[in-house]
Design a protein around this ligand. Structure first.
Ligand code: HEM
Ligand code: HEM
Length: 201
């Protein structure tokens, strides 16, 4: 009788809930960054172009969408922190070299910090203006911080914007690193977040 075929080595993957949260946050970021750069500064040409393309109130719609996506990211990140604390991370089949492990851990921790700090600062910034903190056209989640234009401008221009730019740079580096694992190293790292856990390819 022929011996059964060897089953492929199965590498651990992130639990489904963590994978879904990861990809939802990534999708939100894809919308948030271009919206953020477009609405920034309330530039007259940008306002006119959006209102011409989307109808009256088009620019305000983009503003509301940016805030809604941003607050959604914050909510997803809270869930993600709970999931991460409860479930941890899967073990690596072949541990990464120590320096690479340190770099990867540092970027992941910084991404977590920025994905929470950036929306929190934006949220307090609009609340202090005071402007609505729109949440998907069903709620205004503005915080009761009282009117403080100087604080609002400082938070949005001098803190929110640099944090968001740093986040965009780190996210881009993270995506490039993930693609390198997939295309050049051909190891199982990408599979950990996609959910296909066969080691090596
Ligand atoms: C992860 C979440 C978020 C990201 C990545 C993000 C990203 C950005 C970016 C890239 C800009 C343009 C910055 C610039 O070049 O000046 C921006 C602007 C802005 N964001 Fe966010 N944002 C997030 C969450 C939020 C939230 C939750 C709010 C408010 C509820 C908000 C309110 C604003 C406002 C009002 C501006 C325009 C500021 C100005 O005109 O100077 N953002 N955001
Ligand atoms: C095409 C886009 C993306 C790909 C291919 C990707 C891929 C991956 C992979 C493979 C991992 C697991 C790494 C490991 O365990 O060693 C991971 C983890 C992670 N990714 Fe992404 N990612 C993408 C976009 C993003 C974006 C936009 C963000 C947010 C800015 C993000 C934030 C994170 C974080 C924080 C972790 C660590 C998860 C944890 O250990 O709890 N990713 N990603």
């Amino acid at each position: 009788m022929a011996a059964p075929a060897a089953s492929p080595v199965s590498a651990p993957v992130y639990p489904l809930v963590q994978r879904v949260l990861h990809w939802l946050v990534a999708l939100c970021l894809l919308a948030l960054l271009p919206l953020g750069f477009y609405i920034e500064g309330y530039e007259k040409e940008a306002v006119d172009a959006a209102n011409a393309a989307l109808g009256p109130g088009g620019f305000d719609l983009l503003y509301a969408l940016h805030k809604s996506f941003g607050l959604t990211v914050l909510g997803l990140m809270v869930l993600r922190l709970v999931a991460r604390a409860a479930m941890g991370e899967p073990a690596y089949v072949r541990p990464l070299p120590p320096l690479l492990r340190l770099a990867s851990r540092t970027v992941h921790v910084l991404l977590y910090v920025l994905l929470i700090a950036t929306p929190v600062v934006g949220w307090i910034g609009v609340s202090a203006y005071p402007a609505p903190a729109d949440f998907w056209f069903v709620a205004d989640l503005a915080l009761p911080v009282g009117e403080n234009r100087a604080l609002s401008e400082f938070l949005l221009q001098d803190v929110h914007a640099p944090l968001a730019i740093l986040l965009a740079i780190l996210a881009a580096a993270h995506v490039l690193a993930a693609l390198k694992h997939r295309v050049i190293d051909r190891d199982e790292v990408m599979g950990r977040m996609i959910g296909r856990g066969s080691a090596g390819s």
